[in-house]
Design a protein around this ligand. Structure first.
Ligand code: SF4
Length: 281
């Protein structure tokens, strides 16, 4: 009689209680994996956080006004890092024809327009431009009015797989104000950008660097890579993620941290520390 080998679970559940009390169960992949394999868990984390942000906004009588059919933010610079660029490339590769060819043609057209504006190389530079130059590039991008290749009929055609940053942008003002040509500009809820931690977590933990580029240049960035992505256990990735989140909070808000963000910083630290993923310092 043969004994069946014990089955190895494909995922490990990890329950986290987020700041504000929302509980979310993340399905962490088993074994050594690339950071891309953590994306479903990180999306669930951001979705749970944003749901609680929206609930709080509604209770404060400032409901979120973002709706299907309102896609001004899909014509803005959408920063992604290596992890999401690879995930989106895999998604496009798996699409049936002619959809795949349509999406690839949109990426190519966006690249052509950025090339024409001499914006491709500075946008892919490491370290990424900061200050005046970063602002100039943002303005170039917005002037070109480049729509995201996944935008169809003013809606996201990859909604479940959209990047973390697309989940974090929420406005409470009239949708017209989100148009970058609007002088007034939108009122957005200032949330903790969990996506920034994703952008940092594949760099050297001793010297974290946020390497991002516009979503539309993802295929160009991938073409230029010569090394395979790192493989680690989910627990190690989550420790890196927690540490990167801490770094993102400190770097972005520094001493000028608002009360809400300071509260977030300490409570987010606890969220991960209680799971043993890290003691971020
Ligand atoms: S991925 Fe979807 S939500 Fe994000 S910019 Fe593109 S169309 Fe918009």
């Amino acid at each position: 009689m043969t004994t069946a080998p014990p089955s190895i679970p494909a995922t490990i559940p990890a329950e986290l209680t987020l700041p504000g009390g929302t509980t979310v169960t993340l399905a962490l992949p088993a074994g050594d994996v690339t950071a891309e394999a953590l994306l479903p868990a990180l999306r669930a984390l951001v979705d749970a956080y944003m749901a609680s942000v929206k609930r709080t906004a509604t209770e404060a009588d400032q409901p979120v006004t973002c709706r299907a059919g309102c896609a001004a933010c899909c014509r803005q610079y959408v920063p992604v890092s290596d992890v999401e660029a690879r995930a989106l490339a895999s998604l496009v590769e798996a699409m049936p024809e002619p959809r795949r060819a349509t999406i690839e043609a949109r990426f190519a057209e966006a690249r052509r327009r950025l090339d024409e504006a001499d914006a491709t190389e500075p946008m892919l530079a490491t370290p990424r431009p900061v200050g005046e130059e970063a602002l100039r590039l943002l303005n170039v991008y917005h002037r070109l009015d480049v729509a995201c290749p996944f935008l169809e009929d003013e809606a996201c055609s990859i909604y479940a797989d959209r990047p973390l940053i697309c989940r974090e942008y929420v406005a409470t003002s009239h949708p017209d104000l989100c148009d970058f040509r609007s002088k007034e500009g939108p009122t957005v809820i200032r949330v903790l950008r969990v996506s920034h931690a994703l952008h940092l977590m594949t760099s050297d933990p001793a010297d974290p660097v946020r390497i991002v580029f516009p979503l539309v240049l993802g295929p160009t960035w991938i073409e230029r890579q010569t090394t395979e992505p790192e493989r680690l256990t989910a627990e190690t990735w989550m420790a890196r993620f927690a540490s990167a989140l801490r770094h993102a909070i400190q770097t972005r808000y520094g001493d000028r941290a608002e009360t809400m963000v300071e509260a977030d910083a300490s409570s987010w630290t606890t969220v991960f520390a209680t799971k043993g993923f890290t003691p971020p310092r």
